[in-house]
Design a protein around this ligand. Structure first.
Ligand code: 13P
Length: 251
C-alpha cells in the first residue's frame, strides 16, 4: 500500500522563533491525534536540526528543500546529502519549479541530486509540472513526461521505490488558482501509467504522487479523494499550524 503524505514546503519563510512555534504546534497536534497520512515539514535548512530533534520524539517527519548534486568540498553555500543524513532528515524536495526558474536547475542536475539523496537513504520528493502556456498549448503531458524521464527514470526499481513525486502545475503555485480535482486526477493517473510503463504496475501502484499548488483546507478533501492523488505538497497553507493540520486531516 502506498503512503499518504501531507508535506509542508515552508520555502524562504519564518524566523527561528516562528519556526520553533510552528514546529511545536504541529508536533503537539500529532501527539493528540493519529492521522491517516505521514506529516512532513520542509523548513529552511537552518531549522532542520530543530525539526529533527522534535521529530525524534513525535510522529513528525522532516524534509529539506534542496541538496547539492556534489558530495563535499569547495562549493560555498551548498548542503550535501551526507549532511542531511547526519541530521536524520527523511525527505528532500528536488526540482521545485522555483529552483528550476530562479536557480536554473535542469533535469540532468536533478537526476544527480536524486542519486545523492538515495545514496544516503533520504527520500527525494521530485517536483514536476507545466507552466500555463504549456497547459494552454496542450503540451503539459509531454513536459511532465520529459521531466520524469530525465530526472528519475534512470533509477533502478529499488531506487525509484523510495521516490515521492509531486505534481505541481506552475500556474497553480501561490496563485490561489488550484487545479480542478479532475485536472489533478488526470495528470496523476498519467504519471502513474508512465511509472508502470518504465518500471512495472506494482512499482506504479506503490508510488506516492502528491498534488501541490494553492492547496488549502477548503479544497484538500476534494483533491485527495481522487484515486491517484496521495496527498499534497503545501506551500502558503503550511505556514499556519491549524490550517496545515486541517489539510493533513482531509483524508
Ligand atoms: P502554494 O501552496 O503556496 O501554492 O505552494 C505550493 C508549492 O509550491 C509547494 O511546493
Amino acid at each position: 500500500m502506498r503512503k499518504l503524505i501531507v508535506a509542508g514546503n515552508w520555502k524562504m519563510n519564518n524566523t527561528f522563533e516562528d519556526a520553533e512555534n510552528l514546529i511545536t504546534e504541529i508536533a503537539s497536534a500529532l501527539d493528540e491525534k493519529k492521522f491517516k497520512c505521514d506529516v512532513v515539514i520542509c523548513p529552511p535548512a537552518l531549522y532542520l536540526e530543530l525539526a529533527t530533534d522534535v521529530a525524534d520524539i513525535s510522529g513528525l517527519f522532516v524534509g529539506a528543500q534542496n541538496v547539492s548534486d556534489k558530495d563535499s568540498g569547495a562549493y560555498t553555500g551548498e548542503i550535501a546529502a551526507t549532511m542531511l543524513e547526519s541530521l536524520e532528515v527523511d525527505y528532500c524536495i528536488i526540482g521545485h519549479s522555483e529552483r528550476r526558474k530562479y536557480f536554473g536547475e535542469k533535469d540532468e542536475v536533478l537526476a544527480e541530486k536524486a542519486n545523492k539523496l538515495l545514496d544516503y537513504g533520504i527520500r527525494p520528493i521530485y517536483c514536476c509540472g507545466e507552466v500555463l502556456e504549456e497547459r494552454e498549448n496542450k503540451t503539459h503531458f509531454d513536459v511532465v513526461r520529459q521531466q520524469l524521464k530525465n530526472g528519475l527514470f534512470h533509477l533502478t526499481d529499488a531506487g525509484f521505490g523510495n521516490v515521492i513525486i509531486a505534481y505541481e502545475p506552475v500556474w497553480a503555485i501561490g496563485t490561489g488558482v488550484t487545479a480542478s480535482p479532475a485536472q489533478a486526477q488526470e495528470m496523476h493517473n498519467f504519471i502513474r501509467n508512465l511509472v508502470a510503463e518504465n518500471y512495472n504496475r506494482e512499482v506504479a501502484e506503490n508510488t506516492t504522487i502528491l498534488y501541490g499548488g494553492s492547496c488549502n483546507s477548503g479544497n484538500a478533501k476534494e483533491l485527495f479523494s481522487n484515486k491517484d492523488v496521495d496527498g499534497g505538497l503545501i506551500g502558503g497553507a503550511s505556514l499556519k499550524a491549524d490550517e496545515f493540520i486541517k489539510i493533513a486531516d482531509s483524508f
